[in-house]
Write a protein that binds this ligand. Structure first.
Ligand code: PDD
Length: 292
């Protein structure tokens, strides 16, 4: 396990060794998956796209009528403190805010004036995150039905089906899965947004409640347009993807990751294509520059 023995985590105002961190058994995050999260990557010891993650966190909480126990400025300070205390050069910061511990199990939301949310953050050290061998080889995916709930734009910790999707991929001997709806239309990956390149255009599903509004997606589409690449935000099918010139995914932990095989069919040359490769370079360069 890639886990430093002395990792320091943050729980409700305290920085403590991970073995001493405690959350109640009555916490609604634990009992009801009543919690939202964010994953922010760290390169050169600095946070990538922090304002985007903070804004999406605020939106997720607002959509669920959750009140944040911490301000954005406090969150930034906690992120930085954890990166420093754990000596993270490349890796991730995981943040979760739950609706807290009402003292018993009850479906109704507790009064936010009485019950404050729980805030937990921890780091994951991942040396070589940017210079990843997977990005040079590309990853293989399979299509699986999207049976998740209808508010995938809210970043909740209800990750059982995405976990099952990763297990289906593992069982099929591949790296990940893309979710598809009626007619084989792709929504997104288990933990990333999905794209194809067809007729030289970058195609990715438009934003709605059907997919997570990826922070990496927003940045990558902006950089693509600035580089005069054509972007089409529309639905595409798995069949269209299999016939595409390129495919790739984006997320805070994978940045831009080429997809070279879908359901056993090689995409393009079966090697990472020029668009995904270039977008990865631009994304890493630009986001390193803007890191905080
Ligand atoms: N996952 N879609 C889904 C379903 C996701 O879970 C994620 C992120 C994304 C990409 O969003 P962003 O670019 O903001 O990371 C899209 C994170 C990394 C995770 O669960 O670990």
């Amino acid at each position: 396990m890639n886990r430093p023995a002395s990792r320091i985590v943050y729980v409700n105002g305290d920085y403590v060794p991970e073995d001493e961190a405690k959350v109640s058994v009555f916490d609604r995050g634990f009992l009801m998956a009543d919690a939202v999260y964010e994953v922010t990557s760290v390169l050169d010891g600095r946070l990538i796209d922090f304002p985007g993650h903070a804004a999406r966190l605020a939106r997720s909480m607002a959509e669920l009528d959750m009140e944040s126990p911490v301000t954005e400025a406090e969150l930034l300070a906690i992120h930085r403190e954890l990166v420093a205390r754990n000596g993270i050069d490349e890796g991730l910061v995981y943040l979760q805010i739950t609706r807290g511990n009402p003292g018993d199990r009850d479906f109704a939301f507790p009064d936010p004036a009485r019950v404050k949310g729980s805030v937990v953050l921890f780091t994951q050290s991942k040396p070589g995150l940017a210079d990843s061998p997977a990005a040079k080889a590309g990853i293989k995916v399979i299509g699986i039905p999207d049976i998740r709930w209808g508010r995938r734009d809210i970043k909740t910790v209800q990750l059982l089906y995405p976990s099952m999707g990763k297990m289906m991929a593992k069982k099929a001997g591949v790296d990940d899965a893309w979710f598809t709806e009626e007619g084989g239309v792709v929504t997104e990956g288990t933990s990333n947004n999905a794209y194809i390149v067809t007729d030289g255009r970058i195609v990715t599903r438009q934003l709605s409640a059907d997919i997570l509004h990826g922070i990496t997606r927003a940045a990558v589409l902006r950089f693509a347009r600035e580089a005069q690449m054509v972007v089409e935000e529309r639905p595409f099918t798995l069949d269209e993807a299999k016939a595409a010139e390129e495919a790739f995914v984006t997320s805070a932990s994978a940045f831009v990751m080429p997809v070279v095989e879908i359901d056993g069919a090689a995409i393009g040359t079966g090697r990472p294509g020029p668009v995904a490769t270039r977008l990865r370079e631009i994304y890493l360069e630009e986001s390193r520059r803007a890191a905080m």
